[in-house]
Structure formats: structure tokens, C-alpha cells
Ligand binder design. Structure first.
Ligand SMILES: Cc1cc2nc3c(=O)[nH]c(=O)nc-3n(C[C@H](O)[C@H](O)[C@H](O)COP(=O)(O)O)c2cc1C
Length: 212
């Protein structure tokens, strides 16, 4: 239906950007000094079932995304997570109250995708309070060779590694998350205008740990 409306808008010459009212969000440089030591982070890692409703600070959101799949070697553009043949196929869509954004690691910016609060689409069971949801999407067209089955296998592995970066970051700084394969795939693909090459891998609700 959204595509139909989009086509009608185009044909009427009244083209309106979907996210026109939404501004990019400039992220902060990562704070490399924070967090507990790596063994404590492994010790803390666990999938939580809910988080606190407080919004993440801009520094926490920035550090979360950088840890997930930011650029840690600017000279080569390589990232905090490996990817098959360095294809860097994982895009992170960030669901906030103001809209859905795509993490641009090169510009360290959130690029608006869709305006409005769409967190209910991805919320699923529990996590009624989560301020942020991350959706990991692989663009399998970025793999330069391999048939579809091979590409999907690489996509799942690459997404899994980014997922673990998210989990370990959260464990290291006292935040909570859970990797989830369950999600309304068709609804999300339509919302985000995804192509057939863009495969939904996992999503992560993220927030501060609920006070006990
Ligand atoms: C690939 C994958 C998919 C998962 N999908 C879901 C899911 O759809 N919903 C959910 O509540 N948890 C999901 N989980 C979380 C697991 O249930 C959780 O990791 C498991 O119970 C072990 O708990 P732990 O992570 O605290 O060790 C998923 C985990 C993985 C690795």
C-alpha cells in the first residue's frame, strides 16, 4: 500500500521525502576509556527480558553503534566486526521515538529513513519500555560472488558477529539487550523500503538495565 501511495505521489509530481521532517543525528566520537574489563564483560553477558524506559544519552548511543559496527581503522575503513571478504554487508537500522535511521559509520551519523515512532512494529514480546531497537540487515548484493545460499550463510554469520558486539558492549557498560530473530519481516521490509537483496538478520532491543 505504501508503495502505491508513493507511486501516486510521484505521478502527481508532488514528490515528498518520507523522512523530510527528520534531521540526521550527528553521533559522538567513541569513548575508548569506558567499560569494565573484557573478561568481566563476558561474565556479565546475558539476554535480558526487559530494560528501563530512559532514553539513551547521545554518547551511549554513539558508543553502542561504534562498538556494533563502527570504523576502528580509519586508514583502511575496516570495522569493529569482521565480515566475509570485508563486504561490510550489515546495515544497522535504529528505531527511536522520532523515527527510524540508518547508521552511517563513515560519517558517524544517523541518516533518517522514516519519520515517526515505529518501535511498536519491532517491539514484539516484552520490551515495552525499550527506548531503542537495532535492526541488523544484510545487503547480500555486497558479496561479490557466491550463489544465494552461500551469500545468505555469510549474511547470517556477519550479522551474528555484529550482534555479539552489541551484547558485549551492553555487558561491558551496564546496559541490557537481547538478540532476537523473531520479528515481522514483511512489515519491516515495507516500512523501511528494503530491496529483495536486503535480508533481516536479527534485532536488538537496547536500554539501561531496569532497576530491581
Ligand atoms: C540466533 C538467535 C536468535 C534468537 N532469537 C530470539 C527471539 O526471537 N526471541 C527471543 O526472545 N530471544 C531470542 N534469542 C535469545 C535466546 O533465547 C537466548 O540467547 C538464550 O535463551 C540464551 O540466553 P542467554 O543469551 O542469556 O545466554 C535468540 C538468540 C540467538 C543467538
Amino acid at each position: 500500500m505504501k508503495r502505491l501511495i508513493f507511486c501516486i505521489m510521484l505521478s502527481l509530481g508532488g514528490f515528498t521525502l518520507i523522512a523530510q521532517d527528520l534531521k540526521p543525528i550527528m553521533l559522538k566520537a567513541p569513548d575508548m576509556t569506558r567499560g569494565c574489563n573484557i573478561m568481566q564483560a563476558f561474565g556479565n553477558r546475558a539476554s535480558v527480558t526487559d530494560v528501563d524506559s530512559r532514553d539513551l544519552s547521545i554518547q551511549d548511543l554513539s558508543d553502542l553503534l561504534w562498538a556494533a559496527f563502527g570504523i576502528n581503522r580509519p586508514e583502511s575503513g575496516k570495522r569493529t566486526a569482521p565480515s566475509a571478504m570485508n563486504s561490510q554487508d550489515i546495515d544497522i537500522y535504529v528505531f527511536l521515538a522520532s523515527g527510524v535511521y540508518r547508521y552511517d559509520a563513515i560519517e558517524n551519523t544517523l541518516i533518517p529513513v522514516v519519520a515517526g515512532d515505529h518501535r511498536s512494529v519491532i517491539r514484539g514480546r516484552g520490551f515495552n519500555n525499550a527506548p531503542v531497537f537495532l535492526l541488523l540487515v544484510s545487503d547480500i548484493s555486497r558479496f561479490k560472488h557466491g550463489d544465494e545460499a552461500l551469500r545468505v550463510g555469510w549474511a547470517n554469520m556477519d550479522g551474528g558477529i555484529v550482534s555479539e558486539n552489541i551484547a558485549l558492549f551492553c555487558a561491558g557498560v551496564g546496559m541490557g539487550t537481547r538478540p532476537r530473530a523473531g520479528m515481522p519481516v514483511d512489515e519491516l521490509k515495507e516500512l523501511l523500503w528494503l530491496t529483495t537483496d536486503q535480508r533481516l538478520i536479527l534485532n536488538h532491543p537496547v536500554g539501561y538495565l531496569s532497576k530491581q
